[in-house]
Design a protein around this ligand. Sequence first.
Ligand code: NAD
Length: 463
Amino acid sequence: MLTSTQELIDSTYEKSLEFSKTNPYPSHSQRVSTLKELKKLILKNDDLLKEALLKDLGKTDYEAYVSEIMFIIKEIDISLKYLKKWMKPRRVKTPLLFLPASSKRAPIPLGLVLIIGPWNYPFNLLAAPLIGSIAAGNTTIIKSSELAPHMSKVVAKIVHELNSPFVQVIEGGVSETTQLLKKKFDHIFFTGSTRVGQIIMEAASKHLTPCTLELGGKSPTIVWGEQDLEIVASRIIWGKLINCGQTCIAPDYIIVQDSLKAKLIEKLKKKITDFYSSTPLESPDYGKIINERNFTRLTAFLNKDEIIFGGETNKEKLKISPTLLESKLDSPIMQSEIFGPILPIITIKELHEIDKIIAHNPDPLTVYLFTRQESLVDYIQQNIKSGSLCVNDTIIQITNSHLPFGGIGNSGTGSYHGTHSFDNFSHFKSVIKRKQMLDLTLRYPPYKNKLKPTLKLLKWFGH
Ligand code: NAD
């Protein structure tokens, strides 16, 4: 009988470690059957997942399905379709000198993987990396977020029903994660804040454990040049306000050309009202802030001098209405990631001002650019560091499983989704295979008089 969380963590870890060691290379059919069973259980628990998302984050059925469940089902389907191909070794060239021989990069599982999830997409951001880890043949322990407690329970239920030695779950917060981090894993996949990312990497360094870090940042949204501001405003407001702004790749702030500013603000206001009515705090389609700590942090940004729209709050329901601010680079809201439904707008006259504004904060996860100028697209793509670039839309880059999703610098290390998840959770073993024939004796001692002919031979055969 287990008596404490520590004992539960110890026994889960030992069991998983033992299993990963005795099953270093699960077969294609083992991986497929785990993924198929997982898909079945997700569909079976569909209603519980939606209910948990409503309770934890106020997400509507539509948003819960589109931004969490549907994406996960698609990731499983892609893995099932392509797994055989992904598992095949990838051939590379072999220098003529070694022929007859062959060379390849053979994907092998990493072993025991720890996945730590955040609260904002508490199902998607645990399940998506888990699918990659299962597909790549690893044994995985997942740690859900304590700040989305209803979802944490449903995830635990699904994992228990899955009843697979390939997947275990630990529920809990800082203390449980700290205990887990003392143990040696073969890989840690963390999604969360940059601050905690540093804690994870420091703990991992004790065991030299490689990490994938999916972190946050301040993603700018640039609006420059004549264009259809109706569409621009729709796409910005949609991307900003899904999940009430609590999306790692939400447009954090707008940089707008001064000649477009008045019209853009008018359109942004209109879109907020079109989407969420003139009383957004009552709208069933508008979510809530996760907890009081974040509510208090966000309301501190509601400086009356800067508010140009919105600014209403309801502490009891943890709601903040969609809010537009006219801000400056030194405004408090421009000093860190917002992660809520407040959208500061900064006006510029010259294009070159963009560089300084973005460089004011560490490298962002994403840059959004609304423009018709191809030369500006090229400039931003080549000169502004960010995990991704999305031109003339928001958020959609994360939904394309063919694109790797990840940050750069402070916004993260490594990437995943689709085939990139499989690669992220695999080690590509370099394998070179020769035949026991044509043994050139020039490489063996004694070396007297062998250097010149060896160099000649190498020149002849090339690389
Ligand atoms: P967080 O860093 O506070 O928590 C993430 C996880 O770390 C949770 O499971 C939590 O239990 C654990 N944790 C928290 N403090 C810890 C500590 N001191 N030691 C060990 N573990 C600890 O992040 P969050 O508040 O859940 O999520 C919000 C942040 O995550 C935002 O910055 C957002 O941008 C980022 N995020 C990034 C992505 C991405 O894909 N890049 C996705 C979602 C969220």
